[in-house]
Write a protein that binds this ligand. Sequence first.
Ligand code: PGA
Length: 255
Amino acid sequence: MRTPIVAGNWKMNKSIAEARELVNAMRDELARMGAGGKTQVVLCPPFISIPEVAALLKGTPISVGAQNMFWETKGAFTGEIAAPMLNEVCEYVIIGHSERRQYFGETDEGVNKKIKTALAHHLKPIVCVGENLAQNETGQTQAFVGGQVRAAFKDIARDDARGIVIAYEPIWAIGTGKAASGAGANAVIGLTIRGALADLYDEATAQAVRVQYGGSVTPKNVAEFFAQPEIDGALVGGASLVAADFVAICKASVK
Ligand code: PGA
């Protein structure tokens, strides 16, 4: 049994004051849901709000995550944030989001380096993979997403691999209001993503890793995803900025 995990990726939204307001609006309900370990809720605000959000969530079962980090641990890397800084204030880190790959030139090799550094500093990676529209329409999803998984997990030991969360986010579904179908996402996660993990490690590891769906998840469509056997939760962008919507999505993840 894999515990569901729902993460809110706030992206570049909310000031510190707004972050405080959003957390206060949903903290108690999320905390009740997270109690007893039935689901894991993670909030990923911009770096600058992480300490504030972490302080507000102290003593609750809600976790905090970052949206990115660098693979070096300190030094002359202007504007970057390192794993040893993050693990003082948060537990998770999103790595290789398609927006990082698309707008900031992140590569599969960089993603692999970041995962290794995150693990070495006891951060739990949420690793994003997903094909673009052209790849989807020309039947390249399996090869492309499978390749991203293999590259991300390169030289990562089995025990470490089991603690990594994967988010399957088809790029054409992110922020477009055009979500994948539950069955379609289930097939990519089951065949392609768990298939790649089974090739790299073994079937038990493939079954142990939690895989989220992401891309235009809303309270309206979420049940379709959570009903799928291969989908263990969601990475939520837009809807994570609205307290009632994010609470509803988290609630749907409790089986
Ligand atoms: P969205 O974003 O829910 O706004 O589509 C998801 C994501 O990019 O993580």
